[in-house]
Ligand binder design. Structure first.
Ligand SMILES: Cc1cc2nc3c(=O)[nH]c(=O)nc-3n(C[C@H](O)[C@H](O)[C@H](O)COP(=O)(O)O)c2cc1C
Ligand code: SF4
Length: 554
């Protein structure tokens, strides 16, 4: 079901529509039709011309767009979180969980999983610790030592990068073997090279701070405590790939991070690292002059999300920045070929970027020496509240899951670990018999799980696996962007069937067959990782916890 129908939200008035930048008001005056619909139609048709001639111009947002989101125009005050960490810990405060389930709109993950079930009004800081030999992404974060520019110091890595050729910087990224931390674990240097090699003068860097994967609050605390590490990384990336503008897409559920970023961006502008005036709307010739020269006009725009999990998916995110309805785009073309406003675009995650200054200062090879197997560098992980030591830790890859969950996370407060999900609600579940697996990207993939974002949610005996499946499909169907049929229709139908199973209903043979067919279609034919992930997490739970599910599915 598409979100527009489900939410039934409409804009209060049409006033937002004509905020189209650089559209002469005279164009509206020539419109013969009157009222809201007329203004909307005219704004849209005017916009089509505008977008063609000025790549930076924005189509209007409006009811067609805003109805997609849960939190457009909604205050977060007094809201309760309905994320996976809170679901797992619901018995710690059942009244709070009841409120989260009763509240509309839902909030899926406030990034406070360390206090789950959590509320937007609480302002508690998590434990933040370095548990690896040589920290990179959380260096200086636990003591709040790198928050302000005066403490972070001058952008030394940027200075060093600018003494190298842009292609040389990309080469260091390639040598580092850094893989993306946003979920897909794609080789980062390859992505930088692909954007750099694309023809054309206008390119973009987009930092993905949507951090929608429940259980993860890593990006949030990197932003709140080391915002200049992120800004410096974006500037280095821009220099290396020849980008003329940067964006940070931040989820609305992180208001403190928003303030921290705004302040840090202001500091960076004052210090001359960023242009004082955003040069959006430049002609290709102007952009060409400044491409690769970050000192003369490169700026970073902060874009705040409006509550949508799928907007973390890179093409949906690009549509959201363009003020379009943020459905996932079919690929190819990939963002490196045709991204923001059809220009080559590097979309990359916050933690991934937090590695960049270190790599430039120490060299790609020094980075590649760290790590385990095909997972190089270090990784930040965050534990949810059922663990004895909920918090944010930077760790070395390669330790066993047992060491991770028990030595670092401290095991569960409420009994034995029955299952663990690492990397968000669409990542496969891990069974205790798999706890000897090393914590690393390909090693977790080989057991049908994921490192993903690195958020760790543990489940105790209170969670029945059918309830977990019903919860995940309820979340998945609500967040489906609706672009492809297996996910739009299949996730909703599977949700209904899983809820019936969770209630104790038996399915008819043809319904069981239907459920199997839906899960297979989700895995094999979905357009993006949202639908595929739903199919995969269901498969992992059904195959690893047969004692709780086969009775119903046999
Ligand atoms: C449904 C869905 C949600 C996603 N959410 C996020 C997110 O919140 N943050 C993120 O960095 N990547 C997210 N991703 C992955 C992005 O599409 C993209 O791969 C990533 O931002 C690339 O950055 P990286 O290469 O540094 O990991 C999501 C993917 C899917 C399919
Ligand atoms: S799988 Fe399809 S419907 Fe679901 S979020 Fe992705 S593109 Fe949208």
């Amino acid at each position: 079901m598409c979100k527009q129908r489900k939410h039934g939200q409409t804009s209060q008035n049409g006033s937002k529509l004509p905020v189209v930048q650089r559209v002469p008001s005279s164009k509206f005056a020539t419109c013969k039709r009157e009222g809201f619909a007329a203004r909307f139609t005219c704004a849209m048709s005017t916009q089509i011309d505008t977008v063609r001639s000025f790549p930076h111009a924005k189509p209007p947002s409006g009811p067609e767009v805003d109805s997609f989101y849960y939190l457009a125009g909604v205050e977060l005050e007094h809201m309760f979180c309905r994320g996976l960490g809170c679901f797992a810990a619901q018995h710690l405060d059942s009244e709070r969980w009841r409120k989260a389930m009763a509240q509309w709109p839902p909030v899926f993950c406030l990034g406070k999983c360390y206090t789950a079930p959590s509320s937007a009004d609480e302002d508690v800081q998590p434990v933040i610790e370095i548990r690896c030999k040589d920290p990179i992404v959380l260096a200086g974060v636990p003591g709040g030592e790198v928050r302000a520019l005066k403490d972070y110091g001058p952008y030394r890595a940027l200075e060093r990068a600018r003494k190298m050729s842009p292609s040389g910087v990309v080469a260091e990224m390639e040598k580092s073997h850094l893989r993306g931390r946003g979920g897909a674990a794609f080789p980062n240097g390859t992505k930088w090279r692909s954007v750099r090699d694309r023809p054309g003068a206008v390119k973009y860097v987009v930092a993905n701070a949507d951090e929608g994967d429940h259980g993860s609050y890593i990006d949030r605390f990197i932003i709140e405590n080391a915002p200049h590490r992120l800004i410096e990384a974006i500037l280095i990336a821009a220099y290396a790939i020849g980008a003329s503008k940067g964006y940070i897409y931040l989820r609305k559920e992180y208001p403190v991070a928003r303030v921290a970023l705004q302040e840090a961006l202001d500091e960076a502008r004052e210090a001359g690292y960023l242009a004082a005036v955003c040069p959006g709307g430049a002609t290709e010739a102007e952009a060409s002059e400044r491409a690769g020269d970050v000192a003369t006009g490169f700026d970073i725009e902060l874009v705040i999300g409006k509550g949508s999990y799928v907007c973390g998916e890179e093409t949906s995110l690009l549509n959201s920045i363009e003020h379009r309805r943020p459905e996932v785009r079919a690929r190819p073309p990939y963002p490196f070929q045709s991204g923001l406003w059809s220009k080559p675009t590097l979309v990359t995650n916050i933690e991934t970027l937090a590695n960049v200054p270190w790599i430039v200062l120490n060299g790609g090879e020094a980075y590649a020496v760290k790590g385990f197997s095909t997972s190089r560098g270090t990784k930040a992980v965050s534990f949810s509240s059922l663990f004895n030591r909920p918090g944010l830790y930077e760790i070395d890859f390669g330790i066993s899951l047992r060491e991770l969950f028990y030595d670092i996370g401290g095991g569960l407060k409420t009994g034995d670990l029955k299952a663990v999900i690492v990397g968000g609600p669409l990542a496969g579940a891990i069974h205790p018999r798999e706890f000897d697996t090393p914590f690393a990207i390909d090693e977790l993939a080989s057991i049908g799980a994921a490192v993903g974002h690195g958020g760790i949610v543990g489940f105790d005996e209170h969670t029945h696996m059918l309830d977990l499946l019903a919860y995940i499909f309820s979340f998945g169907s609500q967040e489906s962007c609706g672009k492809c049929t297996p996910c739009r229709v299949g996730s909703r139908r599977a949700e209904v069937l899983f809820w019936r199973l969770a209630r104790g209903d038996k399915l008819k043979p043809e319904e069981r067959e239907e459920l199997r067919a839906i899960l297979s279609a989700l895995r094999k034919t979905s357009l993006c990782g949202h639908g595929t992930g739903l199919g995969e997490v269901a498969q992992s739970i059904l195959s690893k916890f047969p004692q709780e599910v086969t009775l119903c599915l046999a």
